[in-house]
Design a protein around this ligand. Sequence first.
Ligand code: FES
Ligand SMILES: [Fe+2]
Length: 371
Amino acid sequence: MNSFAIPQRQTPDAEMLFGFWYRALPSERVRHNRLQKALLLEIPLVIGRDAHGRAFALRDACPHRGMPLSCGAFDGQQLECSYHGWKFEPHSGQCQLIPSLTADQKLRVDRIYARALACAEHDDYIWVFVPEPGPAGAGATRAEEPPVPAPRVPSFSPNYKLAYLSAEMPVNVDHGIIGLMDPAHGPFVHQAWWWRSRHSIHEKQKAFEPIPNGFRMSAHTPSSNSAPYKLLRFYGAAEAITTTIDFVLPNLRSETIRAGKFWFSSLTTVTPITRNRCRIDVVAAWNIFRWLPFGPELLKFVFAKFVEQDRRTMELQAEGLKHDPHLMLIDDADRPAKWYFQLKQAYLDARRTGGEMRHPIPGPVTLKWRS
Ligand code: FES
Ligand SMILES: [Fe+2]
């Protein structure tokens, strides 16, 4: 088989990457003193916030006999398991009380931990650092300190607005991600009378370059039939508009569009929930439309429409994928998808061998396609 056709079988189990930050839940879904369940990389979590509003995340299983901690009670300080009443400090997971112990029983309660995960909250989301799974059967200790802070939506001025959208899709994370970076589906999936028709398809040429753990579509003037171009041309000369799009492992796509002092950015993630489900979360930030009362609604409407079109497409695609058909990726339109698989493989190889990650993209590349 030549190297230009990468069938889906190359990543048969849609391997999930551990050792990264992932978006767990939108902030507004986690209320004070209430426990919320979440599933990430097939790990059930219980998420909450303490009396000061600080978020925490624990594996949703009591270290005693496995009762989901989300069934327990939380008073803003301690989480009490509903089965035998063990109490835990929610940020560290440290056990603080075992009610069945008698006065003369000397069990070191403080050495027992429920498994806590590092947690961060910004840009309307709670992020969780999902570490490499420990050796089977090992008990929990304190949460691992993440090597880097959680990702942020790019911003370029002190005042701006934020909005988010979230949708679940019945495909594995790889299909979710390559669907996100795929330039060729636009004219067919994202048609709307007020937007574009498939007749606006034309040849495009874009410069890409490698960046750590990913690749960048270098700063360029957006296509005349793209969303940002249409929104921003009301604000400045079209030539002054530049857009940059980055993809970085495990699942981050950030887009930055700048036109003079106006800017628009987004950080989109595709998070594995299980081996065959993923969730797309888009957070957008902007300082345009601040004086237009309908601006944010318009933007949300456009984004919601796009995300829904992608979600619906992947729902249908999942039907086709059920019986494991042979698939292929073509040049140049699917080259970013190939890079994604190569980056992922390089990351896994480096982890396995303990060596440096070998970047699969040697230098700047220009890709051409019609969309
Ligand atoms: S299972 Fe949680 S206290 Fe026993
Ligand atoms: Fe799309």
